[in-house]
Design a protein around this ligand. Structure first.
Ligand code: ATP
Ligand code: MG
Ligand code: FE
Length: 333
């Protein structure tokens, strides 16, 4: 089975061809990062325009790279939420047109399910599964008894982890999105600031990152007023230590309450080296056998390949859409 997948929920236009829900024959990603950088964040209107310009080119590119003709496809899948409404609509319209023109089924996919299923490219998923979803807009712990069954058991009460990275990066003068660079600086520095670990020891699986963000910003501003220059590497290391501590602590505690055979870490922040190393170490110390599965770095950020993998599960459940499919910006799992 060959599925053509389309992803346009945010600032990456991407089209992929996926075979049998696990093999990526192609996965073309056009990032708009450069166009948004000068604004220090994503401008929705700019994102939509770029998607319009790119989508048909990428469709051709994904098919030719996979060496697949449109007639050979069994379905077309598309992200219909969550994300920016204008951006999502470009992908949804393109997918509908493609499905209609080629008379093939349309599969609606939740972007966050896509992030989780990116892990399937790395290794076979064993259920029950616990997923730590950490991205630009979400921070959630998701328990899955089986394929395609999602239960959100914890989530952020304010900022997402990736969002916090991007906001403190801005204060340090790091270009958007700043997660990757802070991760690199953190490896050179030390946790000298001891920022707060909000909710870390509370008896729930929720997160909060806005206090950490404020503490960080206050520290930098107070230093500026004293005309003191703080070490960027130590600031980065301290911030990352706080984020990783909270994410790892809560995830490991969640695993006690929701025993799982695999622990998946997914979303843009799953690319974080500090988080990967910490969870590897924590999981290796467990008495029970838990398989830690993290997608390869290139599949942690937004891409259509992961949408094609998740779409296969939706198709198996018989979950198809009509041509009246609409984008749902606040869609949840
Ligand atoms: P969502 O998936 O919630 O809709 P999104 O699609 O915008 O949001 P992703 O593309 O999954 O988010 O992830 C982007 C985020 O990942 C950005 O906030 C970015 O700073 C962060 N990020 C990328 N690499 C790293 C890294 N190595 N360490 C920490 N954060 C990172
Ligand atoms: Mg992005
Ligand atoms: Fe995403």
């Amino acid at each position: 089975k060959l599925i053509l997948a389309i992803e346009t929920s945010c600032d990456e236009t991407s089209v992929a061809v996926v075979e049998n829900g696990e093999k990526l024959l192609s996965n073309v990603v056009a990032s708009q990062v450069k166009s948004h950088q000068r604004f220090g964040g994503i401008v929705p209107e700019v994102a939509s325009r770029h998607h319009v310009e790119q989508i048909t080119l990428l469709l051709d590119e994904a098919l030719s790279e996979a060496d697949v003709r449109a007639e050979e496809l069994s379905a077309v899948a598309v992200t219909y939420g969550p994300g920016l409404v204008g951006a999502l609509l470009i992908g949804v319209c393109a997918a509908k047109a493609f499905a209609w023109a080629n008379q093939i089924p349309l599969i609606p996919v939740n972007h966050m399910a896509g992030h989780i299923y990116a892990a399937k490219v790395e290794a076979k998923l064993a259920f029950p599964l616990l997923a730590l979803l950490v991205s630009g807009g979400h921070t959630e712990l998701v328990y899955m008894e089986n394929d395609g069954k999602y239960e959100i058991v914890g989530e952020t009460r304010d900022d997402a982890a990736g969002e916090a990275y991007d906001k403190v990066g801005r204060v340090m003068g790091i270009k958007y999105p700043s997660g990757k660079e802070i991760d690199e600086l953190a490896h050179i520095g030390d946790d000298t600031f001891h920022f707060p670990r909000a909710m870390m020891n509370e008896d729930n699986f929720d997160f909060s990152f806005s206090g950490l963000k404020s503490a960080f910003i206050n520290t930098v501003h107070n230093a500026e007023q004293r005309e003191e220059i703080l070490s960027k590497v130590d600031l980065s290391a301290s911030f990352q230590a706080a984020v990783v501590d909270v994410l790892a602590e809560k995830t490991m505690r969640c695993l006690q309450k929701f025993p799982a055979k695999s622990l998946v870490v997914a979303g843009g922040v799953a690319a974080n080296q500090g988080l990967r190393e910490r969870l590897e170490q924590e999981v290796s110390q467990l008495q029970e056998e838990v398989k830690l599965i993290i997608p390869p770095i290139r599949l942690c950020g937004d891409n259509a390949g992961m949408i094609g993998v998740a779409a296969f599960i939706e198709a198996e459940k018989g979950n198809f859409a009509n041509l009246d499919l609409n984008a749902i910006p606040s869609l949840s799992l």
